[in-house]
Design a protein around this ligand. Structure first.
Ligand SMILES: [Fe+2]
Ligand SMILES: [Fe+2]
Length: 310
């Protein structure tokens, strides 16, 4: 594509592709706006989800997976909301919508696999929620930390969707050498995956607290607003890596120096949040690993949603 014969820069290609990806589906807009309404009933939520039959189908399929541990088959969305709670249904719907929108028709590469991407995102979400509870944050902050963690790397999925092979090469270059992925991304399209993810969720009309978590998960926030939430998600991301839930297939830190560096950074971030660092290798590790294992079918649901929308 070009304007007056001039080829588009990658930054322009990205902007055009993002606007072509459209807005948050109306169902999700309504779900997000109702999340903090105390008067909302499971029936109201079920009605909204049912407006989107393909989403409703995916939700029922997902809730009947082992992840949620519900012994009997759930046959309608109202039951799902009653049994799982509004927050879980919202998170599930949002993850499914993103997967259907972003992951359809994308081939997998040696380094970029959807299963690793979603498992890393889920591990970050779970770790972020555990940390929020550990530091005594409210239920609302803990739920937001989960969702912020789930979406923190969504910019990688956008970049992979738009530039598939070139982005896979970039990832491989960062895994093979000493160059940081963020640095390579900036050089490639003038934005990091954190910026791209932030822009993407802005275009989906999401709350500024989530935008802030995404934009700042690799940097110090420029504004003190949502600072605590950002610090929680940042630590959640590092913990996911420390516990072996890496975003890219080949990025398991076999290099001792890298592993030590990661551990030092985790301890530094835990210290900032006044978390007892002994818990990082004991209770928190056990909890995160066991919850991620239990949630494996959430990852499967995301992959299935991407395949279904092909
Ligand atoms: Fe990231
Ligand atoms: Fe990450």
């Amino acid at each position: 594509m070009s304007v007056a014969g001039m080829p588009m820069s990658r930054k322009e290609v990205l902007a055009t592709s993002m606007s072509a990806l459209g807005k948050l589906p109306p169902t999700m807009q309504q779900l997000l706006s109702l999340i903090n309404d105390p008067k909302v009933s499971p029936k109201d939520i079920a009605k909204i989800v049912s407006y989107d039959p393909s989403l409703a189908y995916q939700v029922l399929k997902a809730v009947n997976c082992a992840f949620y541990g519900i012994p009997r088959e759930i046959t309608n969305i109202t039951q799902a909301v009653v049994l799982l709670g509004l927050t879980n249904v919202r998170n599930l719907c949002l993850g499914l919508s993103m997967s259907m929108k972003l992951a359809q028709r994308i081939p997998e590469s040696k380094s970029f696999k959807l299963v690793d991407f979603w498992r890393h995102s889920l591990a970050t979400a779970i770790a972020s929620k555990i940390i929020a509870n550990q530091v005594g944050e409210s239920r609302e902050v803990a739920n937001n930390a989960f969702l912020g963690g789930l979406l923190h790397d969504i910019g990688k999925l956008v970049l992979y969707r738009v530039f598939t092979n070139e982005y896979a090469e970039l990832v491989e270059e960062s895994l093979a050498g000493d160059r940081d992925l963020l640095e390579l991304e900036l050089q490639f399209c003038e934005q990091s995956h954190a910026d791209v993810g932030g822009n993407f969720v802005v275009s989906w009309g999401m709350d500024s607290s989530f935008v802030s978590c995404i934009v700042n998960h690799h940097q110090i926030p420029s504004s003190p607003q949502y600072e605590s939430l950002c610090k929680i998600v940042k630590l959640g991301n590092k913990l996911a890596n420390l516990y072996g839930f890496n975003c890219f297939a080949n990025s398991v830190s076999s290099n001792i120096r890298d592993a030590e560096e990661l551990r030092a950074r985790v301890f530094e971030k835990a210290d900032e949040l006044k978390i007892d660092t002994n818990l990082i290798e004991t209770d928190i590790r056990t909890k995160v690993i066991s919850e991620v294992k239990q949630a494996e079918s959430f990852v499967e649901a995301m992959i299935l949603a991407a395949k279904k929308s092909k």
